[in-house]
Structures are given as C-alpha cells and as structure tokens.
Ligand binder design. Structure first.
Ligand code: XMP
Length: 517
C-alpha cells in the first residue's frame, strides 16, 4: 500500500489545501471530519502521520472539538495547524487562552531554533512571511516541546517535540501566502513521517478502479454525461473498471454549444465504444422554458425536466443499481461543512441530486477526493483527448441561462451559438484558452441601431465574458488587449446575422456572478 497521511478536519476554510499540498509532495492523503475519527479509524487507515487542521472553534471554550485521546500514544507523527496546534497543546497539558491580540492575514515569524519542518528553507535567525488566522493564544506549551518560531504576538508560533515527532504551527503553511509552506508540509511528510513520495495519478487510477470494482460487484451503473470534464473522466474510469456494466446517458437539452452533442457522442460511442444513450430532448426542454424569463424558474424547470428525462432513459435500459457522479472534493466539503448556518441561495445549480432516492440507486463517486486540476490530470492518465480534459466549465442549464431576460427560442440559441464559437475560436487562436477559467458570449435582450454597408440595422447586442478564477467562487474579468476585443467584435458583427453590437463585461465576482443568470 502507498504511504498515506490522515488529515483530521476541524472545519477550516482551507483544509482542502492541506490535502492538495500533501498530494503535490507525492504522498496520498485523505481528509476525515474530526467527529468521525477515532483511534480505531486511524488504525484502519494506517497513516504514516496525522495532520490536524485549523478550525473556527475556540479551544478555550467548553465542548469544542478535540483529537481522539488515543492519537497521542500511537507513535505516529502529528502536525497541528492553528486550531490543530492549540488542541494539541490543550490536550497534552499546555494552556490556551482567548486573546485580545488577534492575528489575521500576513505576518512574519522569527525562526528561533532548528526544526525538521524548516529543513532546507528556514534558517535560525531568519524572519519569514506566513499567513495567520487565529484569535486564541497558547501561553504554555506542554512538557517535551520547545518553541522554534515566534511572532510579536505569539511566542509559540511554531513548536516541536522531536522525541514524539509532534509539531505545531500557529500559521497556515497550506496557503500560498505562506511562501515556503508547501516545503514545510513536504518536510513533515518526507523527513518526519518518512513517506517515500511515490504517489502519482497512475496510483490513484489503479486504486480508484479497484475501489469501483469492489463497490459495484456485478451491479449495473448509469452515468449522466454532460460533455464536461468531470462526467467524462468518471465515464472513462468506470468503463475501464467495469466495462459493459456501465451505460452512459447523454440528455441533450438543446442548450449545448456549437457541435458539442456530436463531439460527445463521437468520443464516447465511437472512440471508447462505451454504451451510450443519446436522447435529443431539445423540444421538451424548449417547451418547458418557453416564455420563462425568471432565472430561478428557468433553472428549476431545466433541472426538474433533466431528472424526468434521465429517469425515463434509465428505465428504458432496465434500470440500474448505481448512479455514477462526478462529485469533486470542494462539493463534498461544502455539503459536510459544520461551520455555517443556512446560507442564502444565490442561484440553484442544476444537478442530478434527487435521482438516487427516487430511483433507489446507490452513488458511485470516484472523484470525491480530487480537485479540478487533479481530475484533469486523471483524465490525461486515462488517455482522454486534451480537447476534453482542458475544457472550460459549462453550466448544466447551458446556453439557456446565457439568453437573459427574454424568451429562449431556437433562433436566438443559433445566433448565440455562432457568436460564442467565434469568441472561443479566437481565444484558442490567441493561445489564451488555458489562461482563462471560462469565456462565453451572452445574448442581451436589447436591440440596437447600427449601420452596415449603407443600410440601417436593428439587431441584438451581445456581451462577452471571460474570467480568471481558481475555483469559481471568486473571479476577476480577464484583461484582454483591445486589439483582441476589436478582432472578435468585428468577426461577430460580420459573421453572425442578428448581432450588430458587442460589449465586454468587466465585472468581478463578487459583486457579480460568473454567469449572468
Ligand atoms: P456563478 O454564475 O454562480 O458560477 O458565479 C460559478 C461556476 O458554476 C458554473 N455554473 C453551473 N454549473 N450547473 C453547473 O454544473 C449550474 O447550474 C451552474 N450554474 C453556474 C458557472 O458556469 C461557473 O463556472
């Protein structure tokens, strides 16, 4: 078995980044919520070391989360980060108090002693940048520990107990604002825990295939294909694992981009020979949102109908025992988060939630531990063409939510499809595709007056949107040069009948969202 690190999650917003950094150091890791971790589950997981994450609670309060007591006598190396360091101190006989001097954001630590964590990056006497986010303060460290870094606000910004291989850091090494943080974590996994660092996506693929075979047995699995990266990777992985026990269902709602349905069918049916049901349901979808201009109603109508059509097709192939989904790690964390109260619905994302209960199916989610770029790496490992692997995200309701404030008709979809294709083609030709998170055109509900040749035109305006982002949660608009925008605008107005004006959207998220609806 490959070496593995267990990350115990106390609810920090950035726990997922710890897993990511550890995997980047070539070591497999998994995050388990603190309330599911016991001495027995740790033994069963058999890690080479344990990392305790940060979290929103205060160790100084009663009834706040703790690591299982057994952890401290298992002989495993432990690294506590922020709340993780505080609970380590509190549980091992140190003392933590609420502090009036809170530290948030960029801070500097003074390295006061040698430590395995610092090997090769931080020297004694150096002042190093870190990122802090904590209110509590450790005012006494447990026996056997020594301070190895301090800040003006905390004398125990990093502590070490070499004999037991326990380490604690008050700052967050997992975020990029701690410039040497990845190296500190790699020192923990390699130097302290002795991990060999041989974990790769090829390992993940083999493990995932074994896990799917074990879960599914000889059951039947269906997978909803959208043409996006996640569902495509799931489909190909499952096909490699269970062959013809898998059927893919591609519900074409008629809101796809230019040539997209053909590309999906060609890749899966012809290239991979995966059994694929292609249902052209564009008539029913269009009818369901006819004259519907309210964004939420439109989204709900599409999401509901998608489930109905998928269910019909699933019945037609004799049903299935399992539903395969491309759930990613950030989705998992959002849904198990114990931090937040009820949050406001900004928009209802389209998904196939609701299907498993309705159809009595179990879920197969082989990507639930991965981040988007890791899914892309897995796709490459599985031999998926770059054109699929590198695709920009595309929303489930498709072009229907890019024709805002007006009835969605086939004619308008055609006009938008053409403008969108020109825009994306120019982005690819300019070598900008991979620098952009997502780029698309929006058909505006406004007609404007223009002059072409010697004639008056009265056609629609379109908006171009392009954003950079790391996770879709926040975004900035992409700063094209004006030449590029002029070229795209010129081509769209000349080549797309129905559009006579092009605008560029310079809104970030927040306050905007990426899609217009
Ligand atoms: P917003 O517009 O909320 O979008 O800033 C964030 C990211 O999510 C995508 N998106 C969706 N993806 N189903 C999806 O699968 C949806 O209903 C949906 N709505 C938005 C959006 O394209 C962007 O990448």
């Amino acid at each position: 078995m490959t070496d593995r690190i267990l990350i115990v999650d106390f609810g920090s917003q950035v726990t997922q980044l710890i897993a990511r950094r550890v995997r980047e150091s070539g070591v497999y890791s998994e995050i388990h919520p603190f309330n599911k971790v016991t001495e027995d589950t740790i033994r069963a997981f058999d890690p080479k070391g344990v990392i305790l994450s940060g979290g929103p609670a205060s160790v100084a309060d009663i009834d706040t989360p703790r690591a299982p007591d057994g952890l401290w006598t298992m002989g495993l190396p432990v690294l506590g980060i922020c709340y993780g360091e505080q609970t380590m101190c509190a549980q091992l006989g140190g003392s933590v108090q609420e502090s009036h001097h809170r530290e948030f954001g960029r801070a500097y630590v003074d390295v006061v002693d040698d430590c395995d964590l610092f090997h090769g990056v931080w020297a004694v006497g150096a002042r190093e940048q870190v990122w802090m986010s904590h209110g509590d303060k450790i005012d006494a460290i447990p026996e056997g520990f020594r301070p190895v870094a301090t800040t003006d606000g905390s004398p125990f910004a990093a502590i070490a107990n070499d004999a037991k291989r326990f380490y604690g850091v008050q700052f967050h090494p997992e975020v990029v604002h701690t410039p040497h943080g990845a190296q500190l974590l790699s020192n923990f996994t390699h130097r302290v825990c002795g991990c060999s660092g041989d974990w790769t996506m090829a390992h993940f693929k083999t493990q995932a295939i074994d896990a799917v075979r074990a879960q599914v047995g000889d059951g039947k699995v269906i997978c909803g294909l959208s043409g996006g990266v996640d569902s495509s990777v799931v489909a190909v992985l499952l096909h490699e694992a269970i062959g013809d026990q898998l059927t893919c269902v591609f519900v074409d709602h008629g809101f796809m981009r230019l040539d997209e349905p053909e590309e999906v069918v060609c890749l899966f049916r012809d290239h991979y020979n995966i059994p694929l049901v292609h249902r052209d349901a564009s008539d029913v979808f269009l009818a369901a949102i006819e004259n519907q201009t309210d964004p939420e109603r439109k989204r709900k109508a599409i999401g509901g109908l998608f489930i109905d059509v998928f269910e019909e097709e699933a019945k037609r192939i004799g049903g299935a025992d399992f539903l395969a989904q491309g759930t990613l790690y950030p989705d998992v964390i959002e849904s198990v988060s114990f931090i937040g109260g009820p949050s406001v619905t900004i928009k209802s994302h389209h998904n196939v939630g609701g299907l498993p209960e309705r159809m009595n199916m179990k879920l197969v989610e082989p990507l639930r531990e991965l981040f988007k770029d890791e899914v892309r790496a897995l796709g490459r490992e599985l031999g998926l063409p770059e054109a699929f692997v590198g695709r920009h995200p595309f929303p489930g309701p498709g072009l229907a939510i890019r024709i805002p404030g007006q009835p969605v008709t086939r004619d308008k979809l055609d006009v938008l499809r053409k403008a969108d294709a020109i825009y994306r083609e120019e982005i690819t030709n300019a070598g900008l595709y991979d620098a952009i998170w997502q780029a698309f055109a929006v058909l505006l509900p406004v007609q404007t007056v223009g002059v072409m040749g010697d004639a008056r035109t009265y056609d629609y305006a379109c908006a171009l949107r392009a954003v950079t982002s790391t996770d879709g949660m926040t975004a900035d608009f992409f700063h094209f040069d004006m030449e590029f925008l002029a070229r795209v605008s010129n081509r769209i107005i000349n080549e797309v009948k129905g559009i006579n004006r092009v605008t560029f959207d310079v809104t970030s998220k927040p306050p905007g969202t990426i899609e217009w609806e």
